[in-house]
Design a protein around this ligand. Structure first.
Ligand SMILES: Nc1ncnc2c1ncn2[C@@H]1O[C@H](COP(=O)(O)OP(=O)(O)OP(=O)(O)O)[C@@H](O)[C@H]1O
Length: 252
């Protein structure tokens, strides 16, 4: 088994005259936590959307476990073992935590949507067990039967991660998991990512530099769609080109 799980080679993405990703090549080892950082407009969200199949590249290749995936849809990628969390709320607000997770678990079957959901009691014992595991992992067991809309902001962000975990991924892509969180809930998310890092390969786009430095095995810095630096948090922090980009500032 190769140590490299995800490879990006000469990847470019143009939006009209804007080149958002410019001949980018990176490779992500299996089992590591990689954070992607860069200043506003650097191309982080575009790269994330390319990795998750939301948009197609203009040129270049993305490979997962050796196979090309740059022409695959998000649901095909989910079946291959790549799942993502969203910055925006991606759950059904009127359904409970358990019901949301059960829908995500079953949505691996093509075309399955909330209208096909017969209720949590109709779910198979295996699906219920998987859902309970995922809910326990993210620390939402106490609110299993609460409507998602009634959860706190921090709990809703944890539910977003749980939805990605419900698909049983190998690679977990997290889009700003601590966006808008208080220091307490940020600490809870940091704990969760620490626990998940023993089981999954994780890619995070994150603005909270303290968190990036704490949770990452590797940090990839991009600017204007190109690679600026890649290495351990300390290597990247000490890199002159990185320091120039951030002009001594501490936020992404
Ligand atoms: N759908 C689009 N249409 C046109 N231009 C786009 C589109 N999406 C992104 N861009 C442009 O591509 C470049 C990279 O944007 P992107 O959102 O990927 O950066 P980012 O690093 O995620 O920024 P931020 O930290 O501000 O979210 C920017 O110049 C942006 O204006």
């Amino acid at each position: 088994m190769s140590t490299v799980l995800l490879e990006v080679e000469n990847l470019s993405k143009d939006f009209g005259a804007t080149r958002a990703i410019d001949e980018l090549s990176i490779s992500l080892p299996r089992g590591e936590v990689t954070s992607i950082i860069g200043p506003n407009g650097a191309g982080k969200t575009t790269l994330f959307n390319l990795l998750t199949g939301e948009i197609a590249p203009t040129s270049g290749e993305i490979r997962f476990d050796g196979d090309r995936i740059d022409d695959r849809s998000p649901s095909e990628l989910a079946r291959l073992g790549i799942s993502r969390s969203y910055q925006i709320n991606n759950f059904f607000p009127d359904l409970t935590v358990l019901e949301n997770i059960l829908i995500a678990t079953q949505s691996e079957d093509a075309g399955f949507g909330p209208a096909d959901f017969l209720g949590s009691r109709a779910a198979s014992p295996a699906a219920r067990e998987r859902a309970a595991d995922v809910i326990d992992t993210v620390g939402l067991t106490d609110v299993t039967d609460q409507e998602a809309s009634l959860l706190s902001h921090g709990q809703q962000r944890h539910l977003e991660v749980a939805l990605a975990l419900a698909l049983n991924p190998e690679l977990l892509l997290l889009d700003e998991p601590t966006a808008g969180m208080s220091p307490d809930t940020t600490a809870a998310m940091k704990d969760l990512l620490g626990r998940l890092s023993t089981e999954y390969t994780i890619v995070v786009v994150e603005h909270d530099m303290e968190m990036v430095m704490e949770i990452s095995d590797r940090v990839i810095v991009i600017n204007r769609g190109s690679l600026v630096a890649s290495g351990s948090p300390t290597e990247v922090k000490d890199n002159e080109a990185v320091q120039r980009i951030y002009l001594g500032g501490t936020t992404a």
